[in-house]
Design a protein around this ligand. Structure first.
Ligand code: SF4
Length: 369
């Protein structure tokens, strides 16, 4: 990743600090940009009379805002970099700072994948017509989408999405893709998302039945895995850092689903569960955790509520329970399950294990709305 090509928009922050006459501010920087944090602190301290303290704990999203601990330290303002505002209140005045990357990848490299996916979406539309003539079992056999749901499509539009530092590319890519013959939409999601086309690892709420396939502008497979698990639709990826194009293969998604099913099976006979509640402001799902506890009790099982700021194997594996249900960041269960000695499952997966929901009607991604 070429850090020099990231644009940190510190001017508004500097203005705000001067206006407020802040004396102590906290800077919160995502993991990938921490190497540049000291440079940013120097710039802010040179331009203003504030001192800057780096919130140096890991930070993976705007769900993880600096909160009241920093208030006790005397911090007056939090500068949170590289993520956008969510529908949460951390209790601290927070200024969100955009980080943009100026890479502009070639569209041609991804067009063959997009054409293949458009054909798959058209097939799925066509298959739908025959579903009415099939028995439910036959329809399930056809595995209407990649996660086994029979979700009807009304169109085969291309959904154009990206991670936050590349969202400024979307309008230009929308036009280029339309010129290349695609019917393109930039989906608008719910309150957890700030911008059209934005996706988070825990929220793909812009998806709708008119979208037949996706193009993701960004790097890595974190967002793509979640997007396919959530939508069940074909996804092409174009990386603005490297210019490389690839697809999120359905084989990969199937492997993940097989792993999830294995964990559900191994949780079925468990008698006691640790129910994880995230203490980070945007991960705290108390109501869901309590619902899981009541559901376990209804099935004659035991659920212990465990609240944590950070979740990791060393912090939970030793509790004498048979399995864990995670209500904090959904990706802890999906992406990190192999690091834990005991089964770590999502709330939907617990419902399947207890027979409250059916695996056969398709996988439900654990979304935070
Ligand atoms: S995926 Fe997890 S870390 Fe990322 S925003 Fe959502 S809850 Fe936070």
């Amino acid at each position: 990743m070429d850090l020099e090509r990231h644009d940190f928009q510190l001017d508004d922050l500097v203005e705000k600090i001067k206006q407020n006459d802040n004396r102590l501010i906290a800077l919160q920087v995502p993991e990938g940009l921490k190497m540049q944090a000291l440079e940013m602190m120097d710039e802010i301290e040179t331009e203003t009379s504030a001192k800057v303290v780096l919130a140096a704990d890991p930070c993976y999203g705007a769900c993880d805002l600096v909160h009241d601990k920093m208030k006790m330290m005397g911090v007056e303002l939090v500068a949170h970099m590289g993520h956008s505002q969510m529908n949460i209140d951390s209790g601290m005045p927070t200024e969100f700072i955009d980080v943009k990357y100026d890479g502009d990848p070639e569209l041609n490299t991804v067009l063959p994948i997009l054409n293949k996916h458009l054909a798959m979406a058209k097939d799925r539309m066509a298959n739908q017509q025959s579903v009415g003539e099939l028995t439910e079992a036959e329809a399930q056999e056809k595995f209407i989408d990649a996660v086994g749901r029979m979700a009807p499509l009304t169109n085969t539009k291309l959904g154009l999405v990206g991670s936050i530092q590349h969202l400024h590319l979307l309008p230009e890519f929308h036009d280029r893709l339309e010129q290349a013959g695609f019917d393109v939409t930039i989906p608008v999601g719910g309150a957890r998302l700030s911008f059209p086309g934005q996706v988070l690892g825990c929220n793909y709420s812009g998806d709708d039945e008119s979208i037949g396939h996706y193009l993701f502008l960004g790097s890595g497979d974190f967002h793509p895995i979640g997007l396919v698990l959530h939508t069940g639709k074909p996804l092409a990826m174009l990386d603005p850092y490297s210019g490389a194009a690839e697809e999120m293969s359905f084989e990969r998604i199937e492997r993940i689903l097989r792993q999830r099913f294995g964990l559900i099976m191994s949780s079925q006979d468990c008698q006691s569960f640790g129910i994880l509640i995230g203490e980070k402001p945007g991960q705290m799902r108390r109501t869901l955790a309590l619902r899981m506890k009541r559901m376990l009790e209804k099935h004659g099982k035991k659920g212990y509520l465990l609240a944590l700021e950070h979740i990791g194997p060393d912090l939970i594996d030793f509790y004498p329970v048979d399995a864990f249900v995670n209500t904090a960041c959904p990706r802890i269960a999906i992406d990190d399950a192999v690091r834990y000695r005991k089964p770590l499952i999502t709330p939907f997966e617990l419902e399947v294990a207890l027979g409250e929901k059916q695996w056969e009607t398709g996988y439900m991604f654990d979304e935070i709305p």
